[in-house]
Every structure is written in C-alpha cells, then in structure tokens.
Design a protein around this ligand. Structure first.
Ligand SMILES: [Zn+2]
Length: 331
C-alpha cells in the first residue's frame, strides 16, 4: 500500500488520500489535540477515500469519531467532499469562508449554478452536446460532496488555536473566490490549498455568482500577498511540499502574464469566441472537461484584457465575440 501519512512537525501530519482522477491524490492536514483532532480539508466523498482516511487516523491512534473540527480551504469536492459525513459521525464543527459555503449551496439550487454554467458555455461558443456532458460531470462532482452545515465562517487574519498551535487564516482568492490558506508562524509553514502548487498552476474560472470577482487579478494579488509572508515550506493540496516559495510565485506570475499576451495575440486576425481562443491556445484534442477548463482559463484572461481596455466584446446571435481594441499590448 502507498504511504498515507507523514509527520510534518510534532502533532501535525499530512495525509495523502487517493483519487480516481488524473490528479491521483489530495493532501489533507491533521492536527492532533489532547483528545481529538482537527482536519484541514477532508478529501472527496468517493469510494475508498473514507477507508483510507480511517486507516491513516488509526496509525496515529485516532478514530474518525474523535474529529472535533474541520477547516476547509475551498469548495471543490476533493477538498471538502467528506466534511458532511465526518461531521455526522463525530459531531465536528465545520469552518469555511462564507462565500465558499454559499457556492456549495448554489450548486444544489434548482436553476442554480449548473444552469448558469450551461448559459456561460453556450454564450462562449460551446454547443449543446458539450454542455450536456459538462453538466453531467458537475453533477457527479456535486455527488462527491456530502451536504453539510457550516458552523462558523473564517475571515482573513483570524488566528485559530489548534492543539496548542497558532494558525493564521490567510485569504487567498483566485483559484476560487473564497479560497483560504493557513500560515503556521512557529514552523513558517503555509498550508496552501490549491493556491500554490509545485508544478502546475491552479485553474482560474469565472465565478458565475459574483460577476465583479476578477479571478486573474485576485490570484496575482494573492500570490504577491503570500510573497510577503515568512514561509519556509509550502504544503500544497496536490504534490509534495516545497521550499523557495518566492521563486515559485515569480514563475506563476510570469506564466499568467505570458498567457495574457498569448490570449491577446489569438485575436490578431479578428474577433473570436472564447471557445475559438481556447482552441488556438490549448489545441482541439482535449477531452471535454479539459476543454471546459481551457474555456474558463481563456475567458478569465479575456476579461482581464477587457478590464485593461485592450479588448472589447460584442454579442452576436447569443454568442460573445472578443476583439482587440489596441494594436499592441503594453504590460
Ligand atoms: Zn481546487
């Protein structure tokens, strides 16, 4: 069996839970307390994940029923899918950023977030077959999140005391609107969720419930904010921990400014839908859900260009077309 649990510091552990995706695992974090424990993130409600979690807990002499608090980095199912089931068995309190919780609720609304996502895809150039496939993927993600009630909402700068440790809540919007990271000042660790990953950049998508949220601008601002903190090691939700956070931040900011430039160039020969731009940049052989992620990422860059008045958008027959407003892009 693959290794499930690593000791990061006294009473603090990383648990690596398996996932049946190209992303083969998610890391969650365990803080031992006198009797029970607190978790940051839970893994998804998918077959085998709860068993793996219980096996990891037993290695440190804890049972799931001992959990008394669950803290969530963001609403994606691989991060909070098991929260409801764990809370049901243990009575654990659940803490999350308020806007992430609203997002989870909006997925289950009739005509809620999935419907808005369908409209978004059509408006940006997808056909209805693509959209049906994406909607069914979203429904399967929704099933991998057991329903839960949040007990309290976390805010930027708040200091939590867990198992004798101080933990600072660091709001890091970008990957999602209410994404949270957690700074452990004694160890100079950052539990980074999906904000900073070692080898890939986290997907950026529009928040269809909050049109004024600017994912790219927020993400870059959050990277710069984290760059100001004293961090010796980053513990991401996917992949191994790493040092040299400043280098990684510079790399990610450079990646996105390059991507903004490429997105602008994609419009050199005339107006295009987001889907056409995404195809030029990411190719046309991607599986459907990857095409959706590419659509979101391209859209986020087009909107950033729109915010810079470098491109504008026009609606024609229900589809949005983006066109250049300048000959060259000055950064
Ligand atoms: Zn995520």
């Amino acid at each position: 069996m693959n290794k499930l649990i690593w000791e990061m510091a006294d009473g603090l552990f990383m648990i690596r839970l398996p996932m049946p995706f190209r992303m083969t695992h998610v890391n969650i974090f365990l803080f031992l307390e006198q009797k029970g424990f607190t978790l940051i993130d839970t893994g998804p409600d998918l077959p085998g994940v709860m068993d793996a979690l219980e096996t990891a807990l037993s290695a440190v002499g804890r049972r799931l029923e001992d959990c008394h608090r669950i803290i969530i980095t963001h609403f994606h199912m691989d991060h909070c899918g098991l929260a409801g089931l764990i809370a049901q068995r243990s009575g654990a309190a659940i803490s999350i950023c308020e806007s992430e919780y609203q997002t989870i609720l909006s997925f289950s609304e009739h005509n809620g977030r999935i419907r808005r996502m369908e409209d978004f895809c059509i408006r940006n150039g997808f056909n209805s077959t693509d959209v049906d496939e994406i909607a069914s993927t979203f429904l399967s993600f929704q099933k991998a999140t057991s329903p839960f009630n949040a007990n309290d909402f976390l805010t930027d700068g708040e200091i939590l005391s867990i198992g004798g440790r101080e933990i600072e809540v660091v709001s890091t919007p970008g990957h999602t609107r209410g994404h949270l990271s957690f700074l452990l000042p004694a160890e100079h660790f950052l539990i980074a969720g999906d904000h900073i990953l070692p080898t890939i950049t986290p997907n950026l998508s529009p928040d269809l419930d909050a049109r004024d949220f600017r994912p790219l601008e927020s993400f870059v601002a959050s990277l710069k904010k984290v760059g100001q903190l004293k961090i010796e090691r980053v513990w991401p939700s996917h992949g191994p921990s790493f040092k040299n956070v400043a280098e990684r931040i510079t790399e990610m900011i450079k990646h996105h400014s390059e991507r903004t430039r490429i997105t602008f160039q994609a419009l050199d020969d005339g107006a295009k839908t987001t889907s056409q731009v995404a195809e030029l940049i990411f190719g046309n052989h991607l599986p459907i859900f990857d095409r959706f992620l590419a659509l979101c990422e391209s859209y986020v860059h087009l909107v950033a260009l729109e915010n810079m008045a470098a491109v504008s958008r026009q609606n024609k027959d229900g589809k949005d077309f983006f066109l250049q407003q300048k000959d060259t892009l000055q950064n």
